[in-house]
Design a protein around this ligand. Structure first.
Ligand code: PMP
Length: 396
């Protein structure tokens, strides 16, 4: 008798694997210059400093033990001090919650803030990891586009005036993934004003804020309203494998997240949390380290954008890359970047088609290019390969 197959939950209906993750496998060949990945540069990750901190942590056997669900106390203290400086108010430790990367904060917040059918407003194009969380929570998704000043808060206001009542608005306020733009100070204040007036949560998802090239981004949206939950992470400034993310949120949100975190994984790793605390508390070292990352990424971004302008002229409009890890490049004609991807891979270059991030628009003529892991000459070569890919297509 063949076994009767047990079923999976209905929550999985309509969930699909991230298109980016599927694409990455295709583009991992060594001869391909992979601008698709979106990974920070491991050559810039402070391996020796991490090794020293790990050695120090292991001198205390209790670091091998379970720790508190909300995070190892001294790390929360370091984070509270850091966030107090960032937010311009004394952030109590009860409002700081450590998660397994900021992605886990998103996932737990999806459960804490959303009932099935609740409305979530995201930016279009959107961070795919957030979309996955909101879809898994059974939310209805609406979107507002971005322009050079970040989220079109005026369109969010229109949506609210039409009577829509989101439970959550998600924004990547600094150096957007994938769109590259940063929200202006005026829009931050307006968004917070709407959150106060209509009573919704804003999730300000900010893993890239420290990675500015010329000047720091404006004050976090969280400085303007208590309804803003701020997420940040050590992944982009130290190393993703530390899996150290954190949330600054009202006490009642932290307590609710704590209940769920206990069920999800009991607690994070005391070992990597101590390493993270050690590095974040070493402020002179950290400032120098982050500056090195900034200047390397800044140089690479400028090389990529410069080469795009040189090779494609007016045929491509791209973001200026003032920080973060991504350039969003849009063809001004009807080039279809998804259709051209396999041809690009044949030419030895890969990107993520804009359609992978699309919510309500299609972004079929756009692509996300990640500049973090290649030096300037390699990036110029990548753009030459893109030019060959798309040039051929036009002639052919
Ligand atoms: N938010 C955004 C906008 C991201 O781009 C990422 C990583 N790609 C994350 C959150 C999650 O990062 P982590 O879990 O490593 O902190």
């Amino acid at each position: 008798m063949s076994p009767v197959s047990p079923s999976l939950s209905h929550r999985l209906d309509g969930l699909r694997s991230s298109a980016i993750r599927d694409l990455l496998t295709l583009t991992e060949r060594p001869e391909v210059i992979g601008l698709a990945g979106g990974l920070p540069d491991e050559q810039l990750m402070p391996r020796d400093r991490i090794a020293r901190a790990a050695e120090a942590a292991l001198a205390d056997r209790s670091r091998l033990q379970y720790t508190q669900s909300a995070g190892w106390g001294p790390l929360r203290e370091v984070l509270a001090a850091r966030e107090s400086a960032r937010l311009g108010r004394a952030v109590p430790i009860a409002e700081v919650f450590v998660t397994h990367g900021s992605q886990q904060a998103l996932s737990l917040l999806g459960e804490v803030l959303l009932d099935p059918g609740a409305l979530v407003v995201v930016e279009d194009p959107a961070y795919v990891g957030a979309l996955q969380v909101f879809r898994a929570a059974g939310a209805r998704i609406a979107s507002v586009p971005l322009d050079a000043e970040g989220m079109r808060v005026d369109l969010l206001a229109e949506l609210l005036e039409r009577g829509e009542r989101p439970a959550v608005v998600h924004t990547v306020s600094n150096f957007h993934n994938p769109r590259g733009v940063t929200m202006s100070a005026r829009r931050r204040a307006e968004l917070a004003g709407l959150a106060d007036r209509y009573g919704f949560w804003v999730i300000e998802d900010d893993p890239y804020g420290e990675l500015w090239f010329d000047r720091p981004a404006a004050e976090p949206v969280a400085t303007y309203s208590p309804n803003v939950i701020r997420l940040s992470s050590a992944s982009k400034i130290l190393a993703p494998s530390l899996r150290a993310g954190w949330m600054v949120a009202p006490d009642r949100v932290c307590r609710a997240v704590e209940l769920l975190k206990q069920g999800a994984d009991l607690c994070g790793s005391a070992l990597t949390q101590q390493i993270t605390a050690d590095l974040l508390a070493d402020t002179d070292w950290l400032a120098a380290h982050v500056n090195t990352v900034r200047s390397n990424y800044g140089e690479r971004a400028k090389a990529l954008v410069g080469a795009l302008r040189e090779r494609f002229g007016n045929r491509i409009v791209s973001t200026d890359a003032t920080g973060g890890m991504f350039v969003w490049a849009s063809f001004t004609d009807d080039t279809d970047t998804a259709r051209s991807l396999s041809r690009a891979v044949e030419h030895g270059v890969a990107y993520v088609p804009g359609s992978a991030f699309a919510v309500d628009s299609d972004y079929r003529s756009a692509m996300r290019l990640c500049f973090t892991t290649f030096d300037a000459p390699t990036l110029r070569e990548a753009v030459d390969r893109l030019a060959r890919t798309f040039g051929e297509e036009r002639d052919g």
